[in-house]
Design a binder for this molecule. Structure first.
Ligand SMILES: Cc1cc2nc3c(=O)[nH]c(=O)nc-3n(C[C@H](O)[C@H](O)[C@H](O)COP(=O)(O)OP(=O)(O)OC[C@H]3O[C@@H](n4cnc5c(N)ncnc54)[C@H](O)[C@@H]3O)c2cc1C
Length: 498
């Protein structure tokens, strides 16, 4: 019997666990090594004092990506998750005290748009048509293609996939595209919030982000009961069913090499795992700069310092011993001049003065994530990667955000806090080896999209591959699952070519 090939996956984030499943199905012997003591990476779960906090992602968008992933294994995701569609999808706090709830009903949303910008209802419908077209081409047909591969890019049939879309749809910036449909700042903010939460300026982000509005308005915002952590548990369980082994508390710090290949991965404390192929789910820049020997780097320090790194985040997990009246499950605080916020995110190394931010209150719809009569709150504020981080800055920033939050919801919470944890730049570095403390890897901007992203494979080591938020399609849970699928196909192609 032919000996199974051994794949080592470094990192048990969503992409690492997804590629582990795919390779196990292809008859690899797969071991995932993970520096932390639990799976999930940015999507880990924090349990404390009967609160259950999702530590990172909280929006379950593009459900078909996860459905399709499970179908690859003849499994039904609904056997793992109890998904509910949120209604309202989310609440937006706008300037001058205006608050709107985005509904699952398009007609309701048209009324909201008309109330902010008379006459915008028709344009909203046209914008959604454009968004749907973009979605169907990008997610329906291009999401699982390696747009960084020369072979894929030279494939002339790819051009057909873009039918119905103009060059300006794909390559203009998001701000320009939205300005064709909406005049007011308020409506643009409502539409562009996703990009803002990624810490990207809509002028730097590609127009193709408009496809997210189709996901948002037409498909809806879902939530797995118990929290997004349940998605990670589902993929972990699936991988275990397929025979994947896990080694936790295994922090890879070096490799052994032979013939331009990695033959084993070594941890800080001297543990060793032999490998035929290595898939890195951990931070791409950290791997290149800190784990690989210099001669095996594909990209040098200058390359990384010229890249736009995705924002970091100031995150607060709060347990509050009362119920809050003016919140929904997802809440966007977009009331202040966000151009200043973007400027401070990209041009400076200070903590943004008056940021846009997001608060998740899952206890509004799910009683299992907080003790009775309490609220589970998760604040995320995009801040620049690489910014100085120390205790006094954290305390000042926390006070600033809470004060603003209390003003907007019209209720005090500072004397009701019974659990509090801050997680920001230095924690991203310490827990994930995140380059400059980035929350999101490589920024998704016009110059770093599609074929302009970093490659799936090392140019120096024949058996080193990458998956996750640095590679195409980028950050976000669904994109990370897509990256694992693209990589799995690529590994099969590479083996067949040998
Ligand atoms: C605050 C926040 C909110 C977000 N919100 C959303 C959202 O609502 N919806 C959405 O779709 N996306 C969201 N995202 C983005 C999404 O969470 C990420 O894009 C995705 O989880 C990244 O997955 P990954 O597998 O690429 O990497 P990670 O989750 O970072 O996993 C990498 C793993 O590798 C491990 N590792 C690193 N180095 C080593 C090493 N040397 N040895 C061993 N192990 C190592 C790490 O510990 C980690 O477990 C959010 C992200 C953040 C940070």
């Amino acid at each position: 019997m032919e000996k199974k090939q051994k794949a080592i996956v470094v990192g048990a984030g969503i992409s690492g666990m997804s590629i582990a499943c795919l390779l196990a199905k292809k008859n690899f012997e797969v071991t995932v090594v993970e520096k932390n003591s639990i799976y999930g990476g940015r999507g880990r779960v924090l349990k404390s004092n009967d609160f259950v906090f999702d530590m990172g992602p909280s929006w379950y968008l593009l459900p078909e990506v996860f459905d399709d992933f499970f179908k690859l294994f003849n499994e039904d995701i609904n056997d793992y998750l109890d998904l509910v569609k949120l209604d309202p999808s989310y609440r937006v706090f706008l300037p001058k005290g205006k608050v709107v709830n985005i509904s699952t009903d398009i007609e309701e949303n048209i009324k909201i748009f008309e109330s902010i910008e008379p006459g915008s209802g028709e344009n909203f419908k046209k914008y959604l048509e454009k968004s749907e077209k973009l979605y169907k081409v990008l997610v329906g047909r291009l999401f699982y293609k390696d747009l960084t591969s020369r072979k894929v890019l030279m494939d002339r049939s790819l051009l057909k996939e873009f039918k119905g879309l103009s060059a300006s749809d794909l390559f203009s910036n998001y701000e320009k595209l939205c300005s064709k449909y909406f005049k007011t700042e308020e409506l643009k903010r409502i539409i562009q919030y996703g990009v803002a939460l990624l810490g990207s300026h809509p002028e730097d982000a590609p127009g193709l982000y408009a496809m997210m509005s189709y996901a948002d308005y037409k498909q809806g915002v879902f939530y797995p009961k118990g929290g997004i952590g349940k998605l990670f548990t589902a993929i972990y369980k699936l991988s275990k069913k397929l025979g994947v082994e896990y080694k936790f508390n295994f922090d890879v710090t070096s490799f052994n090499y032979s013939d331009n290949k990695i033959v084993s991965v070594i941890s800080t404390d001297g543990q060793k795992e032999d490998s035929d192929i290595v898939i890195m789910n951990g931070d791409y820049a950290h791997t290149e700069l800190k784990i690989l020997e210099d001669k095996y780097r594909t990209y040098d320090e200058k390359y990384w310092s010229n890249k736009k790194i995705g924002a970091s985040a100031f995150i607060v997990y709060l347990g509050v011993n009362k119920k809050l009246k003016n919140l929904e499950h997802h809440n966007l605080f977009l009331d202040r001049d966000w151009k200043d916020h973007f400027k401070q995110l990209s041009d400076s190394d200070i903590w943004p003065e008056k940021p846009a931010y997001y608060v998740c209150a899952p206890s509004k719809t799910d009683p299992t994530v907080a003790p009775s009569g309490c609220e589970n709150l998760f604040f995320t504020v995009p801040i620049p990667a690489g910014v100085e981080d120390n205790d006094s800055m954290r305390i000042k920033y926390f006070d600033k955000i809470i004060k603003h939050f209390e003003q907007l919801i019209g209720e005090e919470i500072k004397y009701n806090i019974i659990y509090k944890k801050i997680f920001t730049v230095n924690d991203f570095i310490q827990d994930f080896h995140a380059y400059k403390g980035t929350a999101l890897g490589l920024a998704n901007n016009l110059k770093q999209t599609g074929f302009l992203r970093v490659g799936y494979q090392s140019k120096k080591l024949n058996n080193l591959y990458y998956t996750g938020q640095y590679v195409h399609p980028g950050s976000g849970l669904s994109a990370c699952v897509a990256s694992a699928r693209i990589l799995s196909d690529k590994i099969t192609d590479d083996l067949n070519e040998k």
